[in-house]
Design a binder for this molecule. Structure first.
Ligand code: NAD
Length: 446
């Protein structure tokens, strides 16, 4: 049964769609640099010419404020597109490889080249429904692929808007949007795509990977996890609190790389609690519910899940909530035990537990006893502490002094490891993800 107000998509419909885009790819239309540049330029225009409509949709879906939409959804995606427009030709140039093999004739040469994969599928999540969909799509197009976009049904208004805008701007013979939820995605997953790029939770990540295995379709899985923050006693606590609050509570904490929990010594924990209360008030005023720049929880199911987590430890900041409005205040918990519910799953909401550890050794052991997170953060002035955290823990990324912002640097690969995902993207790394790096050996005939 179709549970969402989206058109049904049977497996036969999905097969017909794949065949249609497959014909365009086989005809060679998507391969020339000129086609790729034109599609990327149009994708850029889609974003810059529809700022107001995009902001309205995101306000309806997530109560995301317009400034955040401009920077976190449109601006960050445009930066990625501009990176391709500037560098794509250079990145696509064949890369010479040295041939120093004694049994090959003199004059043999070798190089690698990027081949597009074919028809790719991008399935994305609701929390940054523009950015998380269109950044991988930009990579797929830059690499010369056809692409099917599956926005998240939980960001309903944004999904509907993309369903209208994408065909108006991009080549409809090579790019298609499928809207819907489990039913439509299941039909898509039954098809032999040439690559599947999935962003979302690990339970569905496993479903995607199982379906892909049937056709030996390669997958990129951008998942989540509990990203820890270690705070050293030498860090300036006002700066830490301001940066922690800004990155934890943006989008009401519904960010895959949001700081999930804090590890620090008991004295720093006391100072941090006070400083966080102040920082939260500076960001959102005395009543965050009335603030235009504070978001809402995406749906009632997630609201109820998060309320279940607020029972862990002791609430020292926030705690206020309103189910009708799906509002949960920025909330800080102390005296949380590692076996309590808030420490058993990715929080993905505006709740920040502070746990105490005796020292860096204990913090590293705590992180390593759990699944590999998407990011690990630390505030410290100590070079050895930074080096030890980078060396002795495993996570998708490690970032010092400011959480979250590594995602905005297109020269860095973005992706997880272990439970937080596999593969990566952004900038040149997306090109690698959506291409086959083909080996070419050329041996002279004389
Ligand atoms: P979601 O509910 O929007 O699901 C993601 C996608 O999976 C959607 O397009 C949905 O239609 C599809 N889907 C859901 N159930 C399915 C099923 N049974 N079969 C096939 N497809 C199905 O998003 P979510 O999973 O709630 O997103 C939150 C999670 O995503 C968090 O764990 C977060 O950390 C992670 N995330 C990761 C990143 C990243 O870049 N690594 C970014 C954002 C979110």
């Amino acid at each position: 049964m179709n549970t969402y107000p989206y058109p049904a998509l049977t497996a036969d419909d999905a097969a017909a769609l794949l065949a249609r885009l497959g014909r365009t790819f086989a005809d060679g239309r998507t391969k020339p640099l000129a086609w790729r540049v034109e599609q990327l330029t149009r994708l850029r225009a889609l974003l810059t010419e529809n700022r107001a409509a995009i902001a309205d949709a995101l306000w309806a879906d997530l109560r995301k404020d317009r400034a955040a939409v401009d920077s976190d959804e449109i601006g960050t995606t445009v930066v990625e597109i501009d990176d391709y427009l500037e560098h794509l030709e250079e990145w696509l140039a064949p890369q010479p490889a040295e041939v120093s093999v004694p049994y090959l004739p003199d004059g043999s040469t070798a190089h690698t080249r990027f081949d597009p994969l074919g028809v790719t599928l991008v399935i994305s999540a609701w929390n940054f429904p523009i950015y998380l969909l269109l950044v991988p799509v930009a990579g797929a197009l830059a690499a010369g692929n056809a692409v099917v976009l599956k926005p998240s049904e939980l960001a309903e208004r944004t999904s509907e808007l993309l369903g209208r805008l994408v065909p108006a701007y991009l080549d409809t013979d090579a790019v298609a949007v499928v809207q819907g939820g489990v039913e439509q995605t299941t039909s898509l997953l039954a098809q032999p795509f040439d690559h599947i790029f999935y962003t979302g939770n690990g339970v569905v990540g496993r479903i995607v990977m199982r379906a892909a295995a049937e056709h030996l379709t390669p997958v990129t899985l951008e998942l989540g996890g509990k990203s820890p923050v270690f705070i050293d006693r030498d860090a300036d606590i006002e700066t830490v609190a301001a940066r922690l609050a800004a990155t934890k509570f943006t989008n009401a904490g519904q960010v895959c790389i949001a700081p999930d929990y804090v590890l620090t010594d008991p004295e720093t924990a006391d100072a941090l609690t006070k400083a966080l209360a102040k920082a939260i008030e500076q960001l959102y005023g005395a009543d965050p519910k009335a603030a235009d720049n504070y978001g809402r929880i995406v749906n009632d199911r997630h609201f109820q899940r998060l309320m279940g987590l607020t029972g862990s430890g002791r609430t020292v900041v926030g705690g206020d909530h309103d189910r009708a409005e799906k509002y949960i205040a920025p909330t800080v918990l102390r005296d949380v035990r590692p076996d309590e519910p808030v420490m058993q799953e990715e929080i993905f909401g505006p709740i920040l537990p502070i746990l105490t550890v005796a020292d860096l050794d204990e913090a590293i052991a705590f992180i390593n006893a759990r699944s590999k997170p998407l990011a690990a953060y630390a505030f410290t002035n100590n070079d050895t502490t930074r080096a030890r955290l980078a060396e002795e823990t495993s996570s998708g990324a490690v970032s010092f002094g400011l959480p979250v912002m590594h995602v905005t640097v297109p020269t860095l690969p973005f992706g997880g490891v272990g439970e937080s995902g596999m593969g990566n993207y952004h900038g040149r790394y997306s090109l690698e993800t959506f291409s086959h790096r083909k080996a070419v050996l050329d041996v002279p005939l004389h």
